[in-house]
Design a protein around this ligand. Structure first.
Ligand SMILES: [Zn+2]
Length: 247
């Protein structure tokens, strides 16, 4: 078969593509759309079917390099032989799944009975990692809702919170992102979120304070405009069996 110049060029292009790291392919797609890809952004819209497997392989090979740079004998240390693969799987499929996987499906229903009272959910356990050190942030989340025209099943709040927190974060931004998602899903008249979490970058390293937790909250809509409603939410949280008073 005669190879024409255009075939040669095509071959070269294909070879270049296959040499390219899948993370570069995904990153370029995001840049082309002028979107952000910070640690706490979800980038699942830019990952095509089958590419997450390729990304997992790439991450494993980079973790292998990291272990080598830490002068760990990954060839002979039986405890470290599969560590790179385990860490890559853990990052992409478990602890940071909220970056690489789409939001769980949430169906909304009309607020048929025009429920107008606030309700509070919690504690919902949340797990994340700090963007600064990539070590765990583990805590509890309480959500207060004053419904609007739409409602969603209560278990969905836990699923969405898990999805949002399963990314590298700083706590203040995690709470804001969760609030944005809940507002998008059920457009409540009021929304309050409180998170109390332990940061392992404070208790495992650095100042090594094992008992310090960080609490932050966000109030929107009626919870923001009506101080008595805000007060009611914090009282409800405080009075729950696993409320803040137990810490
Ligand atoms: Zn940290």
């Amino acid at each position: 078969m005669t190879i024409t110049p255009s075939d040669n060029i095509k071959k070269e292009i294909n070879e270049n593509i296959s040499d390219e790291l899948i993370s570069d392919v995904i990153r370029n797609r995001i840049k082309l759309q002028k979107k952000r890809f910070h640690a706490n952004d979800n980038i699942s819209d830019f990952i095509n079917p089958g590419e997450l497997e390729q990304l997992q392989k790439e991450v494993a090979s980079k973790v292998k390099d990291l272990l080598k740079s830490l002068v760990i004998d990954i060839d002979n240390d039986h405890n470290s032989q599969e560590t790179a693969e385990r860490v890559a799987k853990m990052y992409l499929r478990e602890v940071f799944k909220g970056r690489y996987h789409k939001r769980p499906t949430v169906t909304d229903f009309p607020n048929a009975k025009n429920l107008d009272e606030i309700y509070t959910l919690g504690p919902i356990s949340v797990r994340s990692a700090c963007s600064h050190h990539m070590v765990p942030i583990i805590g509890d989340c309480w959500i207060g809702i004053k419904p609007g025209d739409k409602v969603i099943g209560i278990s969905k709040f836990a699923r969405v919170a898990d999805w949002v927190f399963s990314r590298p974060h700083i706590q203040e931004e995690a709470v804001m992102i969760l609030a944005d998602e809940i507002e998008r899903l059920c457009e409540p008249k009021g929304l309050a979120i409180l998170v109390k979490a332990k940061h392992y970058c404070m208790c495992w390293r650095g100042v090594k304070e094992p008992n310090t937790s960080m609490i932050n909250s966000i109030v929107r809509g009626d919870f923001r405009h009506d101080p008595s409603l805000k007060q009611e939410f914090f009282e409800l949280v405080k009075n729950q069996p696993n409320g803040l008073s137990c810490y």
